[in-house]
Design a protein around this ligand. Sequence first.
Ligand SMILES: Cc1cc2nc3c(=O)[nH]c(=O)nc-3n(C[C@H](O)[C@H](O)[C@H](O)COP(=O)(O)OP(=O)(O)OC[C@H]3O[C@@H](n4cnc5c(N)ncnc54)[C@H](O)[C@@H]3O)c2cc1C
Ligand code: SF4
Length: 331
Amino acid sequence: MRPFQFHTPNTFEEAFEMATSKTAYLAGGTNQVDLMKKHIATPENVINLKNVSTNTIETTNDGIRLGAGSTNNEVANHPQILQHYPLVSKAILAGASPQIRNMATTGGNLLQRTRCPYFYDTALPCNKRDPGSGCSALKGNQRMSAIIGYSSKCVAVHPSDFCVALVALDAEVETTQSDGTSKTTTFEDFHRLPGENPEKDTNLPENALITSVFVPKNAFGNNIAYVKIRERDSYAFALVSVAAALEIRNGTIEVARLASGGVAHKPWRWKNAENYLKNKSATLENFEAAAKLVLSETEPLAHNSFKTGLLEGAIITALSQAADNTLETKW
Ligand SMILES: Cc1cc2nc3c(=O)[nH]c(=O)nc-3n(C[C@H](O)[C@H](O)[C@H](O)COP(=O)(O)OP(=O)(O)OC[C@H]3O[C@@H](n4cnc5c(N)ncnc54)[C@H](O)[C@@H]3O)c2cc1C
Ligand code: SF4
C-alpha cells in the first residue's frame, strides 16, 4: 500500500475542508482498503468518516431513515426494519458474512465498486479503472457480466444486495455537498449505467457525501422475498438476484415491485413486469408470464446467456414466495 495522510474529522464541514483532489473517504473499509492494497485506488489523503456519519436509524411518519454510518448488521437486525421493511433485512443478510456486515456501512454499501475480475487485475486494461484503456471483459470472459444496460465501454454489474431491496422499495439517497446544501436523489437515479463513462458508478456530485438513506413506508407487509443465486452459499456475490414485493387484496395484485442484482451496472427495476402484474391474480401462470417479459428485455453476452435461465427461475420463485401462496413451482 502506498503512503497516505489519514484524517478523522468530527463534522462534515471539517471533512470537506480536509478534502483534496486525491482524497478517498473511508467508512467500514471493507472495499476501500482492498482497493488501496491492490493499487486500484491510490489516494494521498484518506478521510475516515467514523465520527462524521451517524449510525442512527430513525423512524419517521413517512418511513425510516438509515444514517450513512449504520452498519449492515445494525440495519438488518433493527426491530423496525424486521417488522416493517423485512425485504431490506433479507437482502442484507444474503450478502457477505456476519463479520463483514459488522463493519460495512449503509453509505459504503451503496458506493462499493464492481467485482468485475478485470477491474481488480491492474495488469489488464479496464475502462472503469483506467478510462480509455479498453474493456478486458468484452474481449475476455463475461460470465459474471451484465445482461442489460451495458455499453461497448463496460459490461460490469453492480455487486450490492442491499441496493436491490432499496431500489425495489423506492428509497432515496440524502447527500450533503461541500457548500453545506443537502440534496435528495431517488435510489433509481443514484447509480448510473456505464455509457461512455464507466469510471463513474453513480450520479453523486463531486465533493458530496452520503448522509442517509430514506426508505418510505410501504404496505407490502410480509409479501416480500429476496432470492439470490450465487456460485456458493457464502462470501459470494450474486450471479443474479431478485427482490419481489407485492400488495395483494383478495388474491389480486394491486402493487408489484421487482428488482434485480447481478444483471446491470446498477440495481435494476423490471417496470414492465411490475405493470403487467398490476390487477392480475397472484398465480404461477402470471408469475411465469412476468418472468418471460423480463427475459425478453435482456441481451446476454457471449458467455452469460445461462444467467437468463437463472433469472427466470429466481423471478418465479421470488414472486411465489412473496405471494406466500402454496403454488407448486417447477424451480
Ligand atoms: C469477502 C466479501 C464479500 C462480500 N459479499 C457481499 C455480498 O454478497 N453482497 C453485498 O452486497 N456486498 C458484499 N460485500 C461488500 C460489502 O458489503 C461492501 O464492501 C461494504 O458494504 C462497503 O461498506 P464499507 O462501509 O466497508 O465501505 P468502504 O469500503 O469504507 O467504502 C466504500 C466506498 O464508499 C465510499 N463511502 C463510504 N461511506 C460514504 C459516505 N457516507 N459518503 C460518500 N462516500 C462514502 C468510500 O469512499 C468508498 O469509495 C462483500 C465484501 C467482501 C470483502
Ligand atoms: S466490464 Fe467494466 S469493470 Fe470490467 S473490464 Fe470492462 S470496463 Fe473494466
